[in-house]
Ligand binder design. Sequence first.
Ligand code: ATR
Length: 278
Amino acid sequence: MSGAARPDRYAVVGHPVAHSRSPSIHAEFARATGQSLEYGRMDVLPEHFVVELRAFFSGGGRGVNVTVPHKEAAFTLVDATTERAARGGAVNTIAVRPDGSLLGDNTDGAGLVTDLERNLDVTLARRRILILGAGGATRGVLAPLLARGPASIAIANRTPGRATALAATFADLGDVVGGAYGVVDGGRWDIVINATSASLAGEVPPLAAGAIDGATVCYDMAYAPDDTAFTRLARERGAGETHMGWGMLVEQAAEAFLVWRGVRPVTGAILARLRAGG
Ligand code: ATR
């Protein structure tokens, strides 16, 4: 009967999740790598997260991608975490291990680093990096960014205490400081990363005058068909390059696919299509 067995099941779990690109990305990865799997969407309220996930896995589900607002809840749900998930206290990928236990991983940072270095040819080593925002998005990428050996990372945030606390958590990994806009963001930066959720509301964090010039790479973790408010502002201020987070989205997905299936899909074609507005 094994020929009639149902394909392995995966899903993206979030709230809201209707517009998630993950199902189409993973379906394309599966086709391209010849893997047989199903990948769906689970719109789950925070108060139902644990029950729904337990039901998914006891029903035979093999893995999930976790998105807003569940990444910290996922961290506490799993039986074990990878080092990169433990560092950030957040899980975006859960895999069922051979013994049935749940492994929590976080592929967001690897996705960002791969996009910057491999897709966009941006050097991180010895660069001055400014990160705007000190929420879960920043927490998830700090360790992989620091591992690339930047000269320094500054985290600026509307609520300065969150940024100083975050910087202190990662201080053993490199030169990282946190604080308020207008305080830690002085001088010019080689790379400015918007990790706030301001873009989602069409707003921009306060980008310091003089922070960017024609050699600065500006990257918004958010993405939109044309521009985000941040990439538009950065271009108006004369940034050398502006990028949205399409590549981070696709690369974190490829990394999750690797965790689940043992094969890393090629990302170029799907990324080009998403960037072109698909
Ligand atoms: P997530 O876990 O998805 O990153 P979060 O923890 O709520 O979400 O973090 C959102 C980040 O965007 C925070 O850094 C937040 O600043 P505060 O810590 O001061 O709340 C930032 N943010 C959201 N809207 C913003 C805006 N309009 N201007 C500047 N920063 C904003």
